[in-house]
Structures are given as C-alpha cells and as structure tokens.
Design a protein around this ligand. Structure first.
Ligand code: SAM
Length: 447
C-alpha cells in the first residue's frame, strides 16, 4: 500500500472506531483505535480517546497513563486536560487534578466547564476562596449558567457569607427555575439565618413545582408552628435526603468533628464486658455508611445494620464487617425481628424521630432480658420546654431535640433502666457545637 492509501485506511478505521465508541461498543472501539495507532502511532484523537475508553471501562490508572501519553505528544489540547482532571478527581489526586484544569483554562480561557470542574475539586481540597474565584469566572463567562451560580452560592455559604450566597442562589433559580434542589439550598441558608417565613415561601414554591417533594414538605413543617410539628420525619424524607448525602457523608461528618460512633462504640464495649460476656449480638439502627462498625467489630458476635437509605447501605456494604444489612424503617424492623439482640446501637438517628415511645417499645421487644439500648440524642434547651410540652421539638436544622426528663420517663415505661446519661458535644452545626446526650439503658428482666 502507498502511504496515502494507508492514510485513507487509517481514517476509515478511525471513523469506524468512533462509531463503535458512540454506540457503546467499548472493547471493539478500543481494539480499532489501537489498530489505527499501529499504522499511525501519533494519531492524536486515537491516543486521547483510548484514555477516555479506559476511564469508561473503569480502569482509571490506565486512563490517566494513556491521557498523559496523548498530552506528551499534543500538549495544546484543553479538552484532554479537562478529561485528565476528571480522571484524577476520581482517583482523589486533587492537586494533580487542579493543575490539569488550570492547564485546560490556560489554553482556553473561556472554557467554562473546566472552570466549573476546577471549582468543584478546589472545594474537595478545602480551598474555598480559590473555588469562589473559579465559580465567579464561570458566571462571568456564562451569566445564565445555573450550575456556576448554584456552586458559588454553596461555597459562599460555607465561607459564612450567607447574604452573598442568597444572591447567587436567586440568580441560579432565575437561570433554572425548574430545579427544586437549588431552591432547597436557598431554603437551607434562610433557615440558618432564622428567616423562617422566607424559607417557608421557598418550600411552598418547591411544592408547586413538585407536589410530592419530601424535602420541601419536611422543611415547611420545620418552618411552621411547633404545635403542628410531625411526630417523626417521614420515611420519604429520610430516603431522599440520605440517598443524596451518601457520597459525601463520611467526609462532611469528619469536618463536623462527629464523634458519636467512637463514643457509643466505647460504651457498647463497656456494656458487654460489664455483662460478663466477651461478645454480643448487636443491631446498628440507622447504620448509615457504617461509621459505628469499626468501633463495634471487637465485641460483636453478630452485627446487623438497619437503614432506610439504599445508598447509605451500599456504602456500609463497601465498608464490610456487617453480617447482614437490612433496608427498613428501624421501628418496624425492631417490632418484627423477634428477640435476637443483646445490644441495640442508635448513633445520631433518634434525632429523626420526635415521639420515641413506640421505638423504645419496639427496642424492648427486640432485646433479650438485660440487653442494652445505647444511643445519642440532641439536647432540648430548658428554655424551649414551655413551648414543647411533648418533650421534643423540631429545630431549624430539621432534626429533633429531646427533653431528658421526658425521654427518661418513656424509657422507664418501656421497661428500661437508665444506666448512664452523659451530656456531651456530639458534633458541630456549621461551626457551632451541638450538645447532646449519650444514653445507656438496660432492658429490665421483667417490665
Ligand atoms: C446522621 S445518619 C447517622 C448514621 C450512622 N449511625 C452514623 O453514626 O454515622 C442517620 C442515618 O439514619 C437513617 N435513618 C433515619 N431515620 C431512620 C429510620 N426511622 N429508620 C431507619 N433508618 C433511619 C438515615 O438514612 C441515615 O443513614
């Protein structure tokens, strides 16, 4: 074949490879790109697309290697740098991802997607001021870019500049009025400023757009009169909120100095040893991503996790260490599981249930005599007692706070003896410490 015939053949094969790639035939497309490179080792698009295919096939280290090879031959490709940035983010190599996006932007200053991606990775690397700069660049380049304004709002809120955040969210809502998630964030900032009437208005708007929206329903109740507050958070709210939260939960909670899993784990160890056993059958109620698991592993002969959120359970499954993970409402689960447990743990989950009487009854049914119920709560201020005669109130955070005297009474009525109630800093809300209780109660052998 002459060199021009080879070139025609190369381009035909490349076009065929691209067709297969578009149709999702990844391994066939990969073979054809490689065939192209045999005849034309410097074929720029094949080099670059082989990196994309490796990423699509889930081999990120190979994707990075191939993309870096493509860039070593053709360093003036902003899209390839942007792709490289995305791959490096997936590998948690944030500093290298930042450089890759910066290279993309240097080559093409109006590349708004690269600026948006740069903002996201800077947030992950906790560099919020530089992230603000990146998001502002997006909004300058594309004043109608809702993602740019939305991310800017989020970053400004994290920086404590709530008024500016509200302006950014309002602009995002104007650009994409159908996106209720942006309005949820607007509502969250208004709640954090105690502007509950304005927040309620936002949630009403969400319900016009999406009448079954569980997040808006929940927070509309939060912004309303305490006397009309629900007895517990709806299952739909828990599922939606935590399915969304699962991907970032562990990281966010670390930043909030969340120590409850470790503390309850230590109390569970003490409880098991105090009952003269080496190990116990334990249920982790509202197990989430499984943060309690490492603190229970040593004393658990059997460990069952229960949670409403599928995505949180998927994270717990990845962590490992549970004998069983069950997707269920915890009170329903406790009422129907028989009496198989020595210990029930509930870390930061009873804050989603106001009236805990049926939950304590169900826990009593699920525990063997002398079994332990070990849990955390948020503390209700004395000053809120008069307005919350039921013994609990729904805070603007959307979580319940409980009155110690009232829940102690409920425990007693359900057949529990209180061993300890510790008052401690359980985590932060933004930068403000939240005070809560850590409780150990034993099921009496007879009610
Ligand atoms: C704040 S997270 C705490 C997770 C875990 N216990 C920890 O300490 O990291 C609350 C978890 O409880 C779950 N949850 C809330 N209410 C629930 C309920 N009534 N039944 C089952 N799971 C619930 C949520 O889905 C979420 O995973």
């Amino acid at each position: 074949m002459t060199s021009s015939e080879i070139q025609v053949d190369v381009e035909e094969r490349f076009q065929k490879a691209m067709d297969l790639h578009r149709e999702g035939e990844l391994t066939d497309a990969e073979s054809l790109y490689q065939a192209v490179l045999k005849d034309d080792p410097d074929h720029a698009d094949s080099l670059q697309l082989l990196g994309v295919i490796a990423a699509q096939l889930g081999d990120l280290p190979l994707a990075v290697k191939r993309t870096e090879l493509a860039l070593s031959k053709y360093p003036d490709q902003p899209v390839t740098y942007n792709n490289l940035g995305n791959m490096l983010v997936e590998l948690d190599r944030f500093e290298e991802a930042i450089s890759a996006y910066e290279n993309a932007i240097q080559l093409r200053p109006d590349y708004s997607q690269a600026s948006l991606n740069l903002g996201h990775v800077l947030c992950q690397a906790d560099n919020l001021l530089y992230a603000e700069h990146a998001y502002r660049k997006v909004t300058e380049l594309e004043p109608q870019n809702a993602d740019g304004w939305d991310s800017l709002g989020d970053t400004l809120h994290k920086l404590g500049r709530s008024e500016e955040a509200l302006v950014a969210f309002s602009t995002a809502v104007e650009a994409a009025p159908e996106r209720v998630k942006i309005r949820h964030r607007q509502g969250m900032v208004l709640r954090s400023l105690d502007r509950l009437d304005e927040a309620a208005e936002i949630y009403r708007e969400c319900l016009v757009l999406s009448p079954e929206d569980p997040i808006a329903k929940h927070f509309l109740a939060v912004c309303g009169d305490q006397t009309e507050m629900p007895e517990r958070v709806s299952k739909e709210y828990v599922r939606e909120a935590f399915d969304e939260f699962a991907a970032t939960f562990d990281e966010v909670l670390k930043d909030l100095e969340y120590s409850v899993p470790e503390r309850l784990g230590a109390l569970a160890q003490e409880f098991v040893q105090g009952s003269g056993k080496q190990t116990a059958d334990i249920v982790d109620l509202g197990c989430g991503t499984g943060l309690c698991q490492p603190h229970l592993a040593e004393v658990a002969s059997q460990l069952v996790g229960v949670d409403l959120s599928k995505e949180m359970l998927a994270k717990a499954q990845l962590r490992g260490g549970y004998d069983e993970l069950v997707q269920a409402e915890l009170t329903d689960y406790l009422s129907t599981c028989g009496q198989p447990f020595d210990v029930a743990i509930a870390a930061d989950v009873f804050i989603y249930i106001g009236d805990l009487r049926s939950t304590f009854e169900a826990a009593s049914m699920a525990l063997r005599p002398n079994g332990g119920l070990i849990f955390s709560m948020e503390k209700m201020d004395e000053s809120d007692r008069d307005q919350s005669p039921n013994g609990y109130r729904l805070g603007t955070s959307g979580r319940y706070q409980h009155d110690k005297t009232v829940f102690s009474q409920w425990l007693s009525e359900s057949g529990f003896e209180i061993e300890q109630i510790l008052e401690e800093h359980v985590r932060n809300e933004g930068k403000v410490p939240v005070t809560g209780y850590l409780v150990v109660a034993t099921k009496r052998a007879t009610k």
